[in-house]
Design a protein around this ligand. Structure first.
Ligand SMILES: Cc1ncc(COP(=O)(O)O)c(C=O)c1O
Length: 372
């Protein structure tokens, strides 16, 4: 099938870039001497999960039970649900964990609150639980310097129906960095805080099998990961305009784009309109701290070459407004373009399927595990 046979908006993945990104992430984990448990929230795609396993992933990370179910059905035996378990999903999560255990697999759950530990222990027969650590993102996780953090780890380890699997941190604040060098600083801090906390737990008598860290900017930038056992980069499978702006990768490393059609032209105001709004790209504002004019993504022609004179300045539900010189017949009505999204994870989550493209042709179409 040709690209032009697809209706728009359509989510595309360049298969050559995808394969290179997977090989690169796997090699990076080998170089850092840690296990690789990529976060599947970025792709939500069972086929890509299998590619990652074949490339050496020890298992996957998931952000929703829909992903857990889809990855488990695709043969991923070892999964971490990296969201502190909501009370409304405890039963379902434990059932999925029990199903995986039958085949020798596991679903590791995450907690950061004493009530969550009590609730899980009351409902579980035997559950593997990681303690979430806040190393500066100030989203989820215990403060590793607070003595209550050690008490919570001990509570998990001594709960009759729980097994303390270790500690898990995510330096989401790396996305506030302006450069790879800054991300290296955040990565070193994430590593040092998490490893030091794991050591304190060991001195308190606990076994800490897993010390899990990682995001795409920190894994790309970090100098070493001594003391860490596994990394969980997600975005690196695709990359996006944000990663390019903060120096994680180049534009040629971005695997995902949204194909759109020019549905309007307004030369008097140098504007064209595309059929890919927030429901196709997400409304992620992008790396404005690095480039205030970044807009909502990077515009490419259908073959994938950047059109640097154009900026995607506005999005509404189904419309995108592009500004640039509409001279020399650029962006004719009905023509197609591609947009590298600001945030691949959010753009992918807008779509039910993704089309794998090689040499300008659609080679495969994969369904995505959306929802919760
Ligand atoms: C808990 C957790 N781990 C790992 C990741 C992967 O980070 P990235 O997408 O930067 O690779 C995320 C992403 O949000 C996350 O929330």
């Amino acid at each position: 099938m040709r690209l032009t046979d697809l209706p728009t908006p359509a989510l595309l993945v360049d298969l050559d870039v995808l394969e290179a990104n997977i090989a690169h992430a796997s090699a990076r984990a080998r170089d850092l001497e840690v296990a690789w448990r990529p976060h599947g929230k970025t792709h939500k795609c069972p086929e890509i999960a299998r590619m990652q396993l074949l490339a050496g992933a020890v298992g996957l990370t998931a952000s929703t039970l829909a992903e857990v179910r889809a990855f488990a059905a695709a043969g991923v035996q070892d999964l971490t649900w990296a969201l502190p378990v909501p009370v409304s999903r405890v039963g379902e999560a434990l059932d999925l964990a029990a199903d995986l255990a039958v085949g020798g697999g596991a679903l590791h759950l995450v907690a950061d609150h004493p009530d969550a530990v009590t609730t899980l222990d009351a409902a579980a027969r035997s559950a593997s639980v990681l303690l979430k650590v806040d190393c500066g993102a100030h989203r989820a996780g215990v403060d590793p310097l607070d003595p209550a953090a050690i008490d919570l780890a001990v509570a998990i380890a001594t709960a009759p129906h729980l097994r303390f699997a270790g500690v898990l941190a995510h330096a989401g604040h790396a996305y506030r960095c302006r450069s790879r060098a800054e991300a290296a600083g955040v990565a070193a801090h994430e590593r040092d805080e998490t490893v030091a906390f794991a050591d304190r737990l060991r001195r308190a008598g606990l076994e800490v099998p897993v010390v899990s860290v990682g995001s795409t900017p920190t894994v790309a930038a970090v100098d070493h990961l001594v003391g860490v056992t596994e990394i969980r980069p997600g975005n690196s499978v695709y990359h996006d305009a944000f990663q390019v702006a903060v120096g994680t990768c180049g534009l040629a490393d971005c695997a995902v784009s949204v194909m759109a059609t020019v549905i309007g032209r307004h030369p008097a105001r140098d504007a064209a309109v595309l059929d890919a709004g927030t429901l196709a790209l997400s409304a992620d504002p992008g790396p404005r701290h690095v480039d205030p004019d970044c807009g909502f993504g990077v515009l490419l022609d259908l073959a994938g070459a950047p059109i640097p004179a154009f900026r995607l300045v506005g999005l509404t539900q189904e419309h995108a407004v592009v500004h640039g010189p509409l001279t020399h017949g650029l962006l004719p009505w009905g023509s197609r373009v591609r947009v590298i999204p600001n945030h691949a994870c959010l753009a992918v989550a807008c779509h039910e399927r993704i089309h794998g493209v090689r040499r300008g042709r659609v080679e495969v179409t994969w369904s995505l595990a959306r929802g919760w």
